[in-house]
Design a protein around this ligand. Sequence first.
Ligand SMILES: NC(=O)c1ccc[n+]([C@@H]2O[C@H](COP(=O)([O-])OP(=O)(O)OC[C@H]3O[C@@H](n4cnc5c(N)ncnc54)[C@H](OP(=O)(O)O)[C@@H]3O)[C@@H](O)[C@H]2O)c1
Length: 221
Amino acid sequence: MISAAHTLPSPRLAVLGAGRVGATLARVAAEAGLEVSIAASGDPAAIALIAQVLAPGAEPRWAADAVRDADVVVLAIPLHRFPAFDPGLVAGKIVVDAMNYWPPIDGVQEMFDDDRYGSSEIVARRLAGSTVVKAFNHIGYHELESERLPPGAPDRRSLGVAGDDPMAVASVSAIVERIGYDVVAMDSLRAGRAFEPGGPVFGAALSRDEFALAVRQAAAA
Ligand SMILES: NC(=O)c1ccc[n+]([C@@H]2O[C@H](COP(=O)([O-])OP(=O)(O)OC[C@H]3O[C@@H](n4cnc5c(N)ncnc54)[C@H](OP(=O)(O)O)[C@@H]3O)[C@@H](O)[C@H]2O)c1
């Protein structure tokens, strides 16, 4: 069981990727009261309108500026762009990997085409100077907004948070809770393979108990 005792009181979030997931995540995080910046691959002027309309409250910035001032960075970019992503940009940061390797949809990618490892394990190996946590990958971007509920609501949906570093998992779990979801925390990136496309919780709206049972059963199978 991972304690949330060491979570940052009000973490600053940098969302890299201003597409479907990035913009939605920036919006719901800003609505939850977090300080949020958002960046795409280039000039923030190019995403100013997106930010204004789709993520009000999130500040469009150059990626390097957004990351420098952030406690937690969310990577919400297409995985085929990841091999060209500079690991130095996020060194020393908690990095939330919201990306998916989904060959039937996105095609085969050599870096990720190794079923001995989950995609976040491969991301973490490349981002060796960062602390990688897997979260937000298994919920559709449209649901991320519509399915939020306050703590204690009977139908509150659960999201998984997985990572090797307990404090980072606790910090990201606190953000997920604050946005509007219960959390099932897993103590390794390896265990986070259960959140991947084809896994038992991918795209599924589950309570905390249902989610925990599904990942336990998958691990035992
Ligand atoms: N769609 C979903 O419901 C969903 C749900 C969960 C997880 N995911 C995962 O989330 C990731 C993003 O999916 P999406 O549907 O949001 O993609 P998308 O709509 O195509 O948006 C991709 C965004 O990433 C930006 N980007 C690319 N390279 C970048 C870089 N090096 N630094 C900063 N920004 C960069 C792009 O900006 P430029 O235009 O400047 O390149 C664009 O704003 C994927 O890995 C996907 O598997 C998707």
